[in-house]
Design a protein around this ligand. Structure first.
Ligand code: MN
Length: 579
């Protein structure tokens, strides 16, 4: 339930000091304020330019004055805690920052970057309520560990609504505690699990190459909601808007066709890290990791549906070179950002109708992949993954890169297997596969998606499937062995909302898994399957939503459906004006 923080670090990442229980526990401490003002340097959880920020003791109010408000509100908990905590060697720091994490959501262009760290805004508290002047959701309350190990960060800004969240989570914490579940350990663990947001949701898998046309390769994007990102700048701004309302620190997953080629025709066998310079800088400023994919579709040399397994050696060589270059780009991402890039190879190769030779293409694919991966790259920079598929549009009868092909390949070559939720028979779930393949593979990649009758790549919703996938990620004991990416594209709704819905749902499902009462496993261990089923069903009614709201508040992102408002405003002001 509560593995050590070291267990949860992605390979190659450095531990972030103090980003753990002591910091999270601070929120439950009283709303009391220090009596003096001090500036200090703190380590920010969102790295990059923002790593060094200014923490300010709130000079506005004394502890006594703060407790008077609690008295006026009749908030006994606050008063009791306030009195107790006053005895502790605790520093209370309020840190507010206008973060790049919040970015341009709401159209406020003036708030990104380290130079924009702001001192606390003036706060007025009529009737014990806190009004944060002019902040809306643009200010991120970065919770930051600190100067001294004993220091705590208290988030101010408890509106009446937030006060109710405090109360709800207090009750939830008690209820989970009676079941042996530590709520704060669960949210600390959740804060360490990154989700890789797939950039292609933002522009319907179009990319920035000069050739235009449908993606092909069995991929089909449906819908015509206005506001598709048409340039790298627009796509990054849209990702900023989504990331501003998603709690936690995450990653962005790029495809090769999202390079910036300056209007030149750069073919796939000629791309390099230089075409992704702006992406690297953007990610670095925000403390994001980047993942990568060669694009083996939407290209004349993939028009007949074959790439790395093609019978023509010239075409194979073209795609081998493309994939080699993709790995070099991935390694450049990892080296620049200090967190390994997962570079995932998916190819569309397959037969519409019954093939006469299934072995030949598979032999060619294995040989091509061996050439792609021939050059060793440091795993601190790049991790290779390969992605099987059962079938696609136009390759219904046989897919060269099947599940068995790639599982065997990964075990014999030490690669990461990518399990895409839409790439199996519709009655199969990838949840059941995780524990099997992880017996033999040190790490895997997931593409969390939602198929509706087929691999339709619908937005990820909070389904039983998703709960099961998250549960298995947690149940294997070390989520850092599982790289979680999203993979879907819906052009029929607001694309930024599509990212946000899917990512928040993935996180909610992980939180639910982290809150699983241990008695469920214990019942199974003594073969009490009746109790197991009872507890599994009762767990569905536990107040995990209160913990989720609390987590969102801790992370400085909107609670509940409130995140839709800034996204709609962004649509009005930005994406809706694109033609
Ligand atoms: Mn996929």
């Amino acid at each position: 339930m509560q593995p050590g923080s070291q267990d949860r670090l992605i390979r190659g990442e450095k531990p972030v000091e103090h980003q753990s229980l002591d910091l999270l526990a601070a929120e439950t401490n009283p709303k009391f304020l220090p009596t003096h003002t001090l500036l200090g340097t703190v380590t920010m959880p969102h790295a990059g330019k923002q790593e060094q920020g200014r923490a300010c003791h709130d000079p506005l109010e004394s502890r006594d004055a703060s407790l008077k408000h609690s008295l006026a509100r009749g908030d006994v908990d606050d008063l009791v805690l306030g009195k107790a905590a006053a005895l502790l060697p605790t520093e209370v720091v309020e840190l507010r920052m206008a973060g790049g994490r919040v970015g341009t959501a709401g159209g406020n262009d003036g708030v990104a970057g380290a130079a924009d760290m702001q001192p606390p805004l003036e706060v007025t508290r009529p009737d014990g309520q806190v009004t944060e002047i002019g902040c809306g959701w643009r200010l991120s309350h970065a919770i930051a560990p600190t100067v001294a190990p004993s220091a705590a960060i208290v988030l101010h800004g408890t509106s009446p609504r937030h006060n109710s969240i405090d109360k709800a989570v207090r009750l939830a914490r008690e209820q989970y505690a009676t079941l042996g579940v530590d709520v704060d350990a669960a949210i600390a663990a959740l804060s360490r699990i990154p989700i890789s947001l797939h950039c292609w949701q933002g522009d319907d898998v179009t990319g920035f190459e000069q050739q235009l046309g449908p993606p092909g390769g069995g991929l089909a994007v449906t819908g015509n909601h206005p506001g598709r990102a048409r340039s790298p700048e627009e796509l990054r701004a849209d990702l900023d808007a989504a990331l501003a309302v998603i709690p936690g620190r995450h990653r962005v997953n790029l495809h090769a066709l999202y390079g910036e080629f300056g209007g030149a025709r750069v073919d796939r066998d000629a791309i390099g890290p230089e075409h992704f310079h702006n992406w690297i800088e953007w990610a670095r400023e925000r403390g994001l990791g980047l993942d990568f994919n060669p694009t083996c579709f939407a290209h004349p040399k993939a028009a007949d549906g074959f790439t790395l397994s093609h019978r023509d050696a010239g075409i194979r060589d073209f795609w081998i070179e493309h994939c080699r270059r993709a790995r070099a780009i991935g390694a450049a991402f990892g080296a620049a950002l200090g967190t390994p890039c997962v570079t995932n190879v998916w190819i569309p190769d397959g037969f519409k109708d019954t093939p006469a030779d299934r072995a030949g293409p598979r032999e060619r694919l294995a040989a091509s992949l061996d050439q792609v991966f021939a050059k060793p790259l440091p795993p601190t920079h790049n991790l290779d993954a390969v992605e099987p598929k059962l079938f696609g549009i136009g390759s219904e009868s046989c897919t060269v890169g099947s599940a068995e092909f790639y599982l065997s390949y990964c075990i014999t070559r030490g690669k990461l297997l990518c399990l895409d939720a839409g790439h199996f028979h519709p009655t199969e779930s990838i949840a059941d596969k995780i524990s099997s393949v992880m017996l033999y593979l040190p790490e895997i990649l997931l593409h969390v998606s939602r198929g509706v009758r087929w691999d339709s790549d619908h937005v990820v919703t909070l389904t039983d499937d998703l709960f099961s996938i998250a549960r298995e990620i947690v149940a294997v004991g070390n989520p850092s062995r599982v790289h979680i990416g999203l993979d879907y594209f819906d052009a029929s709704i607001n694309r930024i909302a599509a990212w946000t819905i899917g990512t928040r749902n993935m996180l909610k499902a992980l939180l639910f898994a982290l809150l699983e009462p241990p008695a469920i496993r214990e019942a199974e261990a003594v073969a009490d399957t009746t109790t197991r089923l009872v507890l599994q069903e009762e767990a569905k009614g536990l107040p995990f939503a209160a913990v989720w709201d609390h987590y969102c508040e801790l992370q400085g992102v909107p609670v509940g459906a409130e995140w839709l408002e800034p996204i709609q405003r962004y649509e009005q002001e930005v994406t809706g004006k694109r033609r």
